[in-house]
Design a protein around this ligand. Structure first.
Ligand code: FMN
Length: 151
């Protein structure tokens, strides 16, 4: 399989901590990973990858944070047929739309023909305890699914 692209937005580090654990799982499953913060890339980078993991925290009232909103808007001009995605995010259940930004990203991906192969992983604030293993397993599973031919 080709390289996995892992892109995430984080403000206080929780989504980054999730990305760290998922990256460990990917590497355990012998995937190679290119990893970037959302603010450092443009959506056109997605054209270079078949396997893409996107992570974001949620802002406002279930909204995408600005750095991921820019990417999501540019994604409207891309074609994702043949690409395999999975999504991750950190949020806070005291807000009305827990991890709403993750759901927004999923809508854009599927509308552009992308295949989302796992239920998005949503974590309350910072991953801890059994969530750490859950996230590593998510990375391993994504790598395994990327090796399977699309139906
Ligand atoms: C102004 C503000 C608005 C937020 N709105 C939401 C929200 O609508 N839904 C949600 O699940 N979390 C919301 N959060 C919580 C953050 O998404 C959460 O703290 C997350 O862990 C931050 O991730 P990060 O450490 O990667 O930046 C909000 C936080 C702030 C400060």
């Amino acid at each position: 399989m080709g390289k996995v692209l892992l892109v995430y937005a984080t403000m206080s580090g929780n989504t980054e901590a999730m990305a760290d654990l998922i990256e460990k799982g990917l590497i355990e499953a012998q995937a190679s990973v290119d990893r970037y913060e959302a603010m450092d890339i443009h959506a056109e980078l997605f054209n270079d990858y078949e396997y893409i993991l996107l992570g974001t925290y949620t802002w406002g009232d279930g909204d995408l944070p600005d750095e991921m909103l820019d990417i999501a808007e540019d994604m409207e001009n891309l074609e994702f047929a043949g690409k395999t995605f999975a999504l991750l995010g950190s949020g806070d259940t005291s807000y009305a739309f827990f991890c709403g930004a993750v759901d927004e990203l999923e809508k854009v991906i599927t509308a552009r023909g992308g295949r989302v192969v796992l239920p998005p992983v949503k974590i309350e604030n910072n991953p801890e305890g059994s969530e750490e293993e859950e996230l590593r397993e998510f990375g391993r599973q994504f790598a395994a699914l990327c090796r399977q031919p699309a139906e």
